[in-house]
Design a protein around this ligand. Structure first.
Ligand code: ADP
Ligand code: ADP
Length: 232
């Protein structure tokens, strides 16, 4: 579903150069939950932001589905990005909009009628278990509820892929559990491919099929959980 081929990312400024990604190739299968772990600064966030071209790689090719994203025009890329949802550590919700409006936002300009958008938003609210919070504002929600709203918003356009950048790092252990089971649920129900960046080993052990370990801009290990965690 996702294929990264020899990705490099160099951040250049006047007097410094950071080689954030140093030639990474990675294949992630359809319906797979792939964890990316590593210390802070290893390049996890940069790599995952390359998958939807939020970050433009310095070189290398990125395929999602059968499409090479790195070969698309800006207009084609905007369309292709609808296949890739993303959630973040700090949720990134619009504070001045209700839960429903936040979730409906990505459906603007989709050609759906008001009625169809309403219907889609209620389906999404139900999927994440927040039907009773439709008219609340983000400030009235707990961290876990905010992340559920962010998940619903990320899924609005029915993406094939969900990218999660430290999505549980701001949550307490119990809330983390409930978000992880929601993600697992969605993975099973919708066949969604999920990429999870985390520095928390238990998150990976809990729900990932495969894991890639990053160090200093490289993937130093990649395989299934048993393979990675039983190495001498
Ligand atoms: P991780 O997600 O594993 O913590 P990052 O991908 O955030 O790692 O960062 C990898 C390296 O790239 C770090 O050295 C970081 O400081 C650097 N970096 C990330 N984003 C930028 C940027 N926009 N400009 C310059 N350097 C950056
Ligand atoms: P995270 O903890 O999620 O990896 P960071 O604090 O590393 O986030 O980075 C937050 C933002 O700052 C990101 O957009 C990243 O690209 C940018 N960033 C990280 N390191 C640098 C850097 N050395 N110079 C400029 N921007 C950076």
């Amino acid at each position: 579903m996702i294929s990264l081929r020899d990705i490099r990312k160099v951040y250049l400024s006047d007097n410094s150069r950071v080689d954030a990604i140093r030639g990474v190739s990675l294949e992630i299968g359809e319906g797979e939950i792939c964890g990316i772990i590593g210390f802070s600064g290893a390049g996890k966030s940069t790599l995952v932001r390359c998958i939807n071209l939020l970050e433009n790689p310095t070189s290398g090719k990125i395929f999602v589905g059968n499409q090479e994203l790195t070969a698309l025009s800006p207009k084609e890329l905007r369309e292709a990005r609808k296949n890739i949802g993303m959630i973040f550590q700090h949720f990134n919700l619009m504070q001045s909009k209700t839960v429903s409006k936040n979730i409906a936002y990505p459906l603007k300009g989709s050609g759906l009628s008001k009625e169809q958008i309403k219907k889609r938003v209620s389906e999404l609210l139900e999927l994440v278990g927040l039907s009773d919070k439709a008219n609340n504002y983000p400030t009235q929600l707990s961290g876990g509820q905010k992340q559920r709203v962010a998940i619903a918003r990320a899924l609005a356009n029915n993406p094939k892929v969900l990218l999660c950048d430290e999505a549980t790092s701001a949550l307490d252990p119990q809330t983390t559990q409930s978000i992880l089971s929601l993600l697992k649920d969605i993975n099973k129900k919708l066949g969604l491919t999920i990429v999870i960046i985390t520095h928390e080993m238990h998150v990976v052990k809990e729900i990932c099929d495969n894991v890639a370990v990053m160090e200093n801009g490289n993937i130093v290990e990649h395989g299934d959980l048993i393979q990675i965690f039983t190495k001498p």
